[in-house]
Design a protein around this ligand. Structure first.
Ligand code: FES
Ligand SMILES: [Fe+2]
Length: 376
């Protein structure tokens, strides 16, 4: 990730948005991209993509979901059950979520625990993964408990996210240090949810990465408060950030440029290559992993965070109505995305064409091609 460039600050993003509003323009990609439909339908391509997801650092969950010692998050990443947990020493560790007796998962969902006890026969592991207790241990003569702790996978915390690289040989904290700030430390974890979507993970991801569809797909949700086809699109390494301004950004015209904050004036959608999204909303951030399950099925895992006080009724009411709007818009996105998925099987298209307004998608595919070629 040495190619990472710094992202614009809020004032520069807002200035670019005002320029687009005034000239009825938007950021343009460098070229049109044509992605072969076969790359969405091939089991071999999906297998290579999953191998890539296991090899490189990918976001697993927000740090805020592991706020205190014992806090854990368990889920499958690229088909592998993993559990991340903050230890008593404050460090986050990620383990393969499989008991060293016969493989049952030792944790599910998210929560806080003092130890992980396997529900099959009760083998018990410490937060550091060490095997602490084996019921009726005399049944395992010669068992070396020191060798049968949970199996760790390399992980690192950076900018409010926990990254894992299941098959990394060494630590990758250094390369993550080059990422920009993503989730401010003041955000607290509010909850996680999962959803299965009948679409290829790339078809689903593409829906997050452009604002060309705002008016057509979201006529009664996002379009009334945003703009159609008006975005600031930046890239950093293989990652992207797309800014979706709200019409309320106009109020910033009277604010001195150096004091302009994007907070509550636009949504930033960070695409963290290959399969993670972090999106900002007023008082709320969601971190999303798009987990490929099959060529035409994806699990969306969403972690919601907020910086608004829990006892502030007005703030909570505003958060709830904001979340409802985003949920409605998200349902609209899933409808068009699943429809596009069905279109892949129609035989109509040999390739999908991404225009100049969809430049972040072209960059994603170019980066994915390069990463997969590099694997061979
Ligand atoms: S499989 Fe976990 S204790 Fe037997
Ligand atoms: Fe959308």
């Amino acid at each position: 990730m040495s190619t990472a460039r710094p992202l614009l600050d809020d004032a520069a993003v807002v200035a670019r948005i005002f320029d687009h509003i005034d000239h009825e323009t938007t950021d343009l990609g460098e070229a049109v991209w044509r992605e072969p439909v076969a790359n969405y339908r091939s089991p071999e391509r999906l297998a290579a993509e999953l191998a890539l997801l296991r090899r490189r650092p990918v976001p697993f969950c927000p740090s805020a979901a592991l706020a205190e010692p014992g806090a854990y998050v368990a889920r499958e990443a690229a088909g592998t059950p993993l559990v991340a947990v903050r230890g008593d020493d404050g460090a986050v560790r990620v383990f393969r979520n499989a008991c060293r007796h016969r493989g049952t998962q030792v944790a599910a969902g998210s929560g806080c625990a003092r130890a992980f006890t396997c529900r099959y026969h009760g083998w018990t592991y410490g937060l550091d993964g060490s095997l602490r207790h084996v019921p009726h241990e005399r049944g395992f003569p010669g068992l070396d408990k020191a060798q049968r702790g949970l199996v760790a996978v390399p992980s690192a915390e950076a900018h409010g996210l926990v990254f894992v690289a299941q098959e990394a040989k060494a630590s990758f904290a250094q390369e993550l240090a080059e990422l920009p700030p993503i989730i401010p430390a003041r955000y607290r974890f509010v909850g996680a949810s999962e959803l299965e979507v009948a679409a290829n993970w790339k078809v689903f991801l593409e829906g997050f990465l452009e604002g060309y569809h705002i008016r057509s797909t979201h006529p009664r949700t996002f379009y009334p408060i945003q703009y159609d086809n008006l975005n600031v699109v930046e890239s950093f390494g293989p990652n992207n950030r797309v800014a979706f301004p709200y019409q309320a950004i106009e109020k910033l015209r009277s604010v001195p440029a150096s004091e302009r904050s994007a907070d509550g004036r636009l949504t930033y959608v960070y695409h963290l290559f290959p399969n993670a999204i972090v999106a900002t909303f007023p008082g709320r951030i969601i971190a999303v992993a798009l987990e490929p399950l099959a060529i035409d099925r994806t699990r969306q895992v969403t972690y919601a965070l907020s910086d608004r006080a829990e006892d502030d009724r007005d703030a909570q009411t505003a958060l709830e109505s904001g979340a409802r709007l985003v949920d409605s818009g998200g349902a609209e996105d899933r409808e068009v995305v699943c429809s596009a998925q069905r279109g892949l099987a129609s035989g109509a298209n040999e390739f999908l064409e991404f225009g100049l307004f969809e430049g972040a998608i072209g960059r994603f595919h170019r980066a994915l091609h390069a990463a997969l070629d590099g694997e061979r």
